[in-house]
Design a protein around this ligand. Sequence first.
Ligand SMILES: [Zn+2]
Length: 295
Amino acid sequence: MPGSFFMHKQTTPPICNYEDSDYQTSFWDQGGREYEDRTEAIALKRLLPKKGRLVLELGAGAGRNTSRYPGFERIVLLDYSRTQLEQAQGRLGKSDKYIYVAADIYRLPFVNGLFDVATMIRTLHHMADAPKALEQVRNVLGSSGIFILEFANKLNLKAILRFLLGRQKWNPFTLEPVEFVKLNFDFHPRAIRNWLKELGFEIERTLTLSHFRVGFLKRIVPTSILVFLDSFFQSTGALWQLSPSIFVKAKIVGRDAISLIEPNDILSYFKCPECGHSPLIEKNGYLECSSCRKR
Ligand SMILES: [Zn+2]
């Protein structure tokens, strides 16, 4: 695949890999997730800058959200799974606008300060070491870079009620992440805010989503009505956050401007995830580091 790069190998911490998964079809297309998908589209529209140069979509999967970045000149789709990216390429087609990169979020293969915007939607959910992943995102964002992050909220109304009724052992009020299924984590909103602040981000906006993610409501109320109501309640995220899904828009503050990359030289985007060396050498189907010889 031209414009596609694959770079992983041994990884720590553990990775939730969607390789060979039919996630897009089973979860999104036929899984009754139209409500969640449409409310995410609304949140993205509210938070995304109107235009920009280069956006990094972390955990892009099969490209479900990729068409929702119309104002950007170029989009880098990153996912750990190569087959997910092949599905994305099948959906989006081959074009200079999209660059597909199979890599590990804990060791991003990009030079520092490259992107104006990064998004990570339904992905932090699988991160055993969330602060480490967030730090990598911070490093590849340029000065005044914008980060749009979705995370699963442990402090949601259902978890609170279940805990108070004694039907759930884990405490939704404490700051540590909860791993409710292997490699599936919910986070406390304050823990996320603390991590982002420590990394030099300032939170500009918070939206709450999926207020009505309740099976019987989704069965009896038309999706358009639920989407409309959810859209109405999203802004209450500025006041409190009790919904299962939260979007934050964070901006890097006080970062030095970093040398501009030649936008058409795609090779200059990359650095070696092992030793940090840049530029890499393009070989047939992979990139090689001239410093440590890693592929
Ligand atoms: Zn290297």
